[in-house]
Design a protein around this ligand. Structure first.
Ligand code: PHE
Ligand code: FE
Length: 276
């Protein structure tokens, strides 16, 4: 545990210590996404931004944000010093606490940084936590994570997080929409994920996703598409992952650009971006 952190790895956000320049970095990132995302992101995300008053200028104060979030769905936001151990992370989620980094990227890192900062964690993840169904999914994921950890199946379950919470797309009458935080907090991937001919876009399938490798340092080569948050919650909550993990231990992993005969294909990608 880092110095100054509590047993559960939380630290004070120390909101008063942010500089005007750091608040301005948030505002710049926020304004860019606010302009880009309408019509691209799922409407529940926009609704969450509104309910939580995230358009208020500056880096949000976690206490104030938690108060609003608590009223909406009983979730809170707590600060941690970067990535935390898996069991700590899952335990927070299982108790409806979302952990967020408290630092913000430097002005020369607006477009990409590998470590999740407060903009990714709060802007990307927290709006949907104001949605009751999504909020329940995240808690269920935390409980499932504690179980998977004990069963040696984290590498499989982590892929579900990656391809839903971080990089998920959702189908709608008006076409595909973004809901994954890794997309919604990235200007360039918010365009790429929907518009680029390169990646595959494939219908959600639990076992398929948990077999699929992922790439952490570039645009995704495959996105999985859910029908709705209700369908996602239902599919995960009502499935006993125990037998799935056993079956998956026999399966071979699938490459990021794989297409299988069972895939429900929305778009078959050219993979031109990945091969460039
Ligand atoms: N039902 C899953 C299990 O049996 C738990 C889970 C729920 C995992 C929701 C992920 C998301 O382990
Ligand atoms: Fe994230």
């Amino acid at each position: 545990m880092p110095k100054g952190a509590a047993n559960d790895w939380t630290i004070p956000q120390n909101w008063a210590a942010y500089t005007p320049q750091q608040h301005a970095t948030w505002d710049t990132l926020f304004a860019r996404q606010a302009k880009l995302l309408p019509g691209r992101v799922t409407p529940e995300f926009i609704a969450g931004l509104d309910v939580l008053r995230l358009s208020k200028p500056g880096i949000p104060d976690f206490d104030e944000l938690s108060e609003r979030l608590m009223k909406a769905t009983g979730w809170q936001v707590v600060a941690v010093p970067g990535l935390v151990p898996d069991d700590v992370f899952f335990d927070h989620l299982a108790n409806r606490r979302f952990v967020s980094g408290n630092f913000i990227r430097r002005p020369d890192q607006l477009d990409y940084l590998q470590e999740p900062d407060v903009f990714h964690d709060i802007y990307g993840h927290v709006p949907l936590l104001a949605n009751p169904v999504y909020a329940d999914y995240m808690q269920a994921y935390g409980i499932g994570g504690l179980r998977a950890n004990g069963m040696g199946a984290l590498r499989n379950l982590a892929r579900l997080y990656w391809y839903t919470v971080e990089f998920g797309l959702v189908n709608s009458d008006d076409g595909l929409r973004i809901y994954g935080a890794g997309i919604a907090s990235s200007y360039s991937e918010s365009i790429f994920a929907l518009d680029d001919p390169s990646p595959n876009r494939i219908g959600f399938d639990l076992r398929r996703i948990m077999r699929t490798l992922y790439k952490i340092d570039d645009f995704q080569q495959v996105y999985f598409v859910i029908d709705s948050f209700e369908a996602l919650l239902e599919a995960t909550l009502n499935t006993d992952f125990g037998p799935l993990y056993e079956a998956l231990a026999q399966d071979e992993d699938l490459a990021v650009d794989a297409i299988t005969p069972e895939d429900r294909i929305y778009t078959r990608g050219t993979q031109a971006y990945a091969r460039r």
